[in-house]
Design a protein around this ligand. Structure first.
Ligand SMILES: [Zn+2]
Length: 84
């Protein structure tokens, strides 16, 4: 992936956390879990029960990180597949 600022190739990796990683337009007191009923909160991480992880691309020059997230239905598929 090319950096949106400098257009150089970004370093591929992951962002991980002890809890679910989510995007929200408003900071809030209960920041541990996203409210998925609200449109402006998006769960970004998958593998949330064991190791919340997002695929990510980093540009150290511009200090930018771009995250990728999956459609919620794909996340559920992954979880169902692991249970079998
Ligand atoms: Zn850059």
């Amino acid at each position: 992936m090319k950096c949106p600022e400098c257009r150089k190739e970004m370093q591929e990796g992951v962002v991980q956390s002890a809890g679910p990683i989510f995007f929200t337009t408003k900071e809030k007191k209960n920041w541990l879990f996203p409210n998925l009923a609200v449109k402006d909160e998006i769960l970004l991480s998958s593998r949330n029960w064991v190791r919340p992880t997002c695929r990510a691309y980093c540009c150290a020059n511009c200090r930018k990180v771009v995250l990728e997230y999956e459609e919620p239905k794909n996340r559920e598929k992954g979880r169902a597949a692991r249970k079998k």
